[in-house]
Design a protein around this ligand. Structure first.
Ligand code: AMP
Ligand code: MG
Length: 313
């Protein structure tokens, strides 16, 4: 996952809790990142077409959830996109626009239905040689859920955790004041905000086309791919945020899915997840949210972003 983690616990008076949290985050990363040769995901990838690999309960749950979202989104979310992600290498040293032939050659190797699970033995198999899992769109959310669980068990009453854009807050900042989470403008450098979300006890995950990309011949190629074309998705949104008081893992997966689906299909898709709220930022700078989103929580909205009429959820 290779992301920065920022953990803030105002009342923590010992280093021990931070150590516990960072260690847990590291264990999860070392199990699920395809960057580590000996991660569980890398082992599954090496055994593609050969056999089942037994994994930890952590990794099994994340893969199972990823496949659930893949099914429910009809493949817009796809944890089996690994070969295509490797080909484009967006954000990596070898990023380039592949030839159409190269993309075509991999289209048969990105079918999430060819990922087999054996729950009793916590085992996973990729049915075809050359397949590759990539949990980059969901693993950070799982890590955020786990860290919050640990902090709560340790008696922490208020905290804000940021795992590379997967934000989880609990409690309030002070007795009366909510936490304030800055929402990045999709069209400017990091740090310029589009608005602020006032939050208590919730997780917020954003997927955007500015997070990781490269430019070639004046065109921007971002890191979220459409399985149908094998290329960066071309929907009508620049950014999607998902908010919930439930699971950051679901928020993470749903934000990536909605980014691929775009506004209209994304709103429809979200009807399956009444505990999750979505805000879509269109390329036209119009904001659309699911009907269960309380607009009053989004404050200090920059004047060039405006709300489209409220949709029903
Ligand atoms: P996120 O920033 O959570 O939206 O996740 C983006 C990352 O997920 C990318 O860097 C890829 O590793 C992976 N990815 C790209 N496209 C997809 C997709 N359509 N479904 C699932 N994972 C994807
Ligand atoms: Mg995601």
């Amino acid at each position: 996952m290779g992301t920065r983690i920022n953990l803030s616990i105002p009342e923590a008076n010992s280093e021990a809790i931070f150590k516990l949290l960072f260690n847990r985050a590291q264990v999860i990363e070392k199990r699920m990142s395809s960057q580590y040769q000996d991660s569980e995901v890398s082992q599954i990838n090496r055994q593609a077409g050969l056999g089942f690999v037994r994994v930890s309960a952590d990794t099994f749950l994340v893969i199972k959830t990823a496949l659930e979202i893949a099914q429910r989104s009809n493949g817009a979310f796809n944890p089996a996109l690994g070969p295509m992600i490797q080909l484009w290498d967006i954000g990596g040293d070898n990023a380039r626009v592949p030839a159409p032939k190269e993309i075509e050659a991999l289209l048969g190797l990105i079918d999430y239905k060819q990922v087999s699970l054996n729950e009793p033995s916590l085992s996973v198999k990729l049915e075809k040689s050359g397949m590759r899992l990539d949990l980059g769109a969901i693993a950070k959310g799982y890590a955020a859920d786990e860290l919050i669980k640990i902090a709560k068990e340790a008696g922490v009453k208020r905290a804000i955790f940021d795992l590379g854009g997967n934000i989880f807050v609990f409690g309030s900042k002070t007795g009366t004041q909510a936490w304030r989470i800055g929402i990045q403008r999709p069209d400017q450098d990091r740090g310029s905000l589009m608005g602020i979300l006032e939050a208590r006890d919730l997780t917020l995950v954003t997927s955007g086309n500015y997070e990781r990309y490269f430019e070639q011949d004046g065109k921007r190629y971002h890191h979220i791919l459409d399985s149908k074309t094998g290329a960066p998705s071309q929907s009508d949104v620049d950014q999607v945020s998902i908010i919930s008081n439930r699971s950051s893992m679901y928020c993470d997966a749903l934000s990536t899915t909605c980014f691929v689906l775009g506004r209209e299909k994304g709103l429809k898709f979200m009807q399956q997840f009444p505990d999750y709220q979505a805000v879509f930022v269109g390329k036209d700078r119009k904001l659309v949210a699911t009907g269960n989103f309380d607009r009053a929580l989004l404050i200090d909205l920059e004047s060039d972003f405006t709300w489209a009429p409220q949709q029903s959820n």
